[in-house]
Design a protein around this ligand. Structure first.
Ligand SMILES: Nc1ncnc2c1ncn2[C@@H]1O[C@H](COP(=O)(O)OP(=O)(O)O)[C@@H](O)[C@H]1O
Ligand SMILES: N[C@@H](CCC(=O)OP(=O)(O)O)C(=O)O
Length: 366
């Protein structure tokens, strides 16, 4: 429980153990664990598979491996079933986020997803994410919910990723094929040897098997997000987690998530423009740890889109004081610079964010 914001990924095998329609069999203890996380002041984002399996009984198919449009129709009807199935275990509201890789690749949509999750969490709503299977084509698909969960952990700035499946964790070989397989309790480095241990799945309603879980763990741990693969079929796993024990396999984070993000902002992202700040904004940003509001901006230069990195410079001596991700393009900023945050909607006709650079998306340079 050494985390503040966790992404919990629940595989199809747990949502639809009968492989046809969804069930509460395993979800009850998962939901109880999520409620315990909430009581301990932690934030939880769910990534749930199972829409295709949940809709399977409702769409005629007649083949063990239905066509893609048939599966997309199953996902469309099954998603409703799956959401209703989750909601019945919570007193707090659940919300549905259906996203594709195309959404995560697009800067503006990425920011929209990030802002939406932030606001849902602030309001005590559980975000439940799945791939938008009905619209996703191969080019726009993440393709499996393990990798999707890692990307959701990144966009939501979680510090922990828990992948719940039907095995106890990563074994040195597939335990379903080899009874002698041994469980790895801790993985410090994800290398070829680790990838070689992981194979695909034999479950026809699941996608990816252990390979995609390792890919997800690699993406997350490189960005400072501790990752666990645990068995979601066993209620005692959740008791162990609550008791601060470590069931399953723990993939160690490479560095603290804040450090990883600040490093990425400072060294990897190239600034596409500049905004100059008045003395009040500089004090607010440097001394009070505040986000940058439009009222503190004197001028804008360069050409950038929402989601690009920009330099925050001092108006008086042109010193670069910070760097961060702008919520608005240079064109929009030209119109709202100097204005009060409440006027953004009036001036632009939309307001995805009341701040220009959020504190969490900023690194102070001097
Ligand atoms: N080295 C391994 N250790 C554990 N499980 C493995 C390994 N290699 C392959 N697997 C398979 O991965 C499966 C879990 O992945 P998957 O069926 O896709 O589940 P989910 O629906 O939870 O994503 C296990 O049931 C197991 O058969
Ligand atoms: N988006 C699909 C799930 C895809 C997937 O990765 O499934 P799984 O391997 O069970 O996590 C669905 O909802 O059926």
């Amino acid at each position: 429980m050494n985390f503040q914001r966790v992404v919990i990924k629940v595989g199809s095998a747990l949502v639809a153990p009968e492989k046809n329609g969804c069930s509460g069999k395993y979800l009850l203890s998962i939901a109880r664990f999520i409620t315990q996380c909430h009581s301990a002041g932690k934030e939880v984002i769910l990534v749930s598979s199972g829409s295709v399996a949940a809709g399977r009984a409702l769409i005629q198919h007649g083949s063990p491996n239905p066509s893609i449009p048939t599966k997309q129709a199953m996902a469309a009807v099954g998603q409703m079933k799956m959401m209703a199935n989750w909601q019945r275990f919570f007193d707090v509201p659940c919300s549905q986020l259906l996203i594709t890789h195309g959404d995560l690749k697009d800067r503006q949509r990425y920011i929209n997803i990030k802002n939406t999750i932030r606001i849902l969490l602030e309001n005590g709503v559980i975000p439940v994410v799945n791939e938008n299977d009905t619209v996703a084509t191969d080019e726009l698909k993440v393709g499996d919910n393990d990798n999707l969960a890692a990307l959701v952990a990144l966009v939501s700035e979680a510090d922990c990723l828990m992948i719940l499946s039907d095995v106890d964790g990563l074994y040195d070989q597939n335990p379903k094929d080899n009874p002698e397989a041994k469980l790895l309790t801790e993985v410090a480095e994800i290398n070829d040897a680790i990838y070689k241990m992981a194979s695909g799945t034999t479950n026809h309603i699941a996608t990816g098997g252990m390979q995609t879980k390792i890919q997800a763990a690699e993406k997350a741990t490189e960005n400072g997000i501790a990752t666990f693969i645990v068995n979601g079929e066993k209620p005692q796993v959740f008791e162990q987690l609550v008791a601060n024990q470590k069931p399953g396999t723990h993939f160690l984070a490479k560095q603290a998530p804040v450090k990883a993000k600040k490093h990425w902002l400072k060294h990897t992202l190239k600034s596409a423009g500049k905004v100059s700040l008045d003395a009040g904004a500089i004090t607010a940003v440097i001394e009070k740890g505040a986000s940058l509001l439009p009222s503190g901006i004197n001028s804008v230069s360069g050409q950038f889109s929402a989601g690009d990195s920009i330099d925050l410079i001092s108006h008086s001596d042109q010193r670069v004081i910070a760097k961060g991700i702008s919520q608005y393009s240079h064109r929009d900023l030209e119109k709202i610079k100097g204005a009060n945050s409440n006027q953004i909607d009036l001036i632009l006709g939309f307001c995805p964010s009341k701040v220009i650079v959020h504190r969490d998306d900023m690194v102070i340079l001097s």
